[in-house]
Design a protein around this ligand. Structure first.
Ligand SMILES: Nc1ncnc2c1ncn2[C@@H]1O[C@H](COP(=O)(O)OP(=O)(O)OP(=O)(O)O)[C@@H](O)[C@H]1O
Length: 297
């Protein structure tokens, strides 16, 4: 698979505050990425750098083979939808659509108007008079109808109700299947998006903790539950990222997978194996790395 973003040794600091620390990663073409991580982890900073809105302090970042900063050729292929996007006071919803049409080469007007209807947005109303959720919907319409080869949604649904969020996920998957492109989605609603993410980049305190295909995660992280002594013995030598005990029972999360033989052995010694949700995994791995000192505090 071709990479559309290459990042090597990327650092971002503000005075003496290090916000991104030696980031190395790549983003492939035609895939849905999740940028996950706690508040202040550095997700927005990284996204802004992809869009040329911020310069790295050090390191290299290439998008579609070139540096994005003030690079029209690169920027015309990117749509960045950020939380609480501001528009000029006089702009009506229709004006935002018209401007978007002139900015994005792949803009689909008909699709944009069908989304406007679906999200029940009033075309003639000023954006500043819209509710918070409606303003988020405008961003979602722009992001989807732009069909930009790199579309970035940074927490796009502030104030959006559950129905509208569900419409967003459905339309995203449908449109992406018909018009493949790279989507980067940053969110704290991990369980909601876990089904649509194909690749997860987990960031914590400016470092990448996990950069893997979602499928790999599903095959690697499990809970093993049973008698405490039996479970502990079984997990010896494996990477245990979480441990809960209750009386004589224990539930351990392992993150390095289970072979066929190990699964058979677990069954014979009465250990129950359960999959882990993406959200549970993110929470547990983040805490584990922090306690282990993998993330600088
Ligand atoms: N202009 C700035 N000056 C100083 N520090 C900054 C600046 N911009 C961002 N930061 C700091 O960089 C860190 C990362 O911020 P960033 O917005 O990238 O986090 P995030 O992962 O997107 O968080 P959230 O999930 O809360 O949106 C934070 O500690 C933030 O305070």
């Amino acid at each position: 698979m071709e990479d559309i973003v290459e990042i090597r040794g990327l650092e971002k600091s503000y005075r003496d505050v290090s916000v991104l620390k030696h980031i190395n990663c790549a983003i492939g073409a035609n895939k849905i990425y999740g940028f996950l991580g706690r508040n202040g982890a550095g997700k927005t900073t990284l996204m802004k750098m992809l869009c040329g809105q911020l310069l790295p302090t050090q390191g290299e970042l290439k998008v579609f083979g070139e540096k994005p900063y003030e690079n029209r050729r690169v920027l015309s292929q990117i749509c960045f939808i950020k939380e609480s996007q501001k528009y000029p006071d006089v702009f009506k919803v229709k004006d935002v659509l018209d401007i978007s049409e002139s900015i994005f080469p792949n803009w689909d007007k008909e699709y944009a108007y069908s989304l406007i209807e679906e999200f029940q947005l009033p075309l003639k109303r000023r954006v500043k008079a819209l509710s918070r959720g409606m303003t988020s919907s405008v961003g979602i319409v722009i992001g989807l109808a732009s069909r930009a080869p790199l579309t970035i949604f940074d927490e796009p649904y502030l104030g959006l109700d559950a129905v509208a969020r569900s419409v967003f996920y459905d339309r995203l998957i449908e449109d992406y299947s018909e018009y493949p492109r790279t989507i980067v989605l940053s969110t704290h609603l991990i369980d909601e998006v876990s089904k649509i993410l194909e690749h997860v980049i987990l960031i914590e305190q400016g470092e990448i903790l996990w950069d893997e295909d979602a499928e790999k995660l599903r095959g690697k992280a499990f809970k093993i539950i049973g008698d405490k002594a039996v479970v502990e013995a079984f997990a010896s030598g494996k990477e245990v990222i979480d441990r809960e005990t209750l009386g004589g029972m224990a539930s351990l999360t392992i993150s390095d997978g289970l072979s066929k033989e190990e699964r058979q052995k677990a069954e014979t010694v009465g250990i129950q194996i359960e999959p882990l949700s993406l959200q549970q995994f993110v929470v547990q791995l983040t805490q584990y790395k922090r306690n282990k000192g993998g993330v600088s505090s």
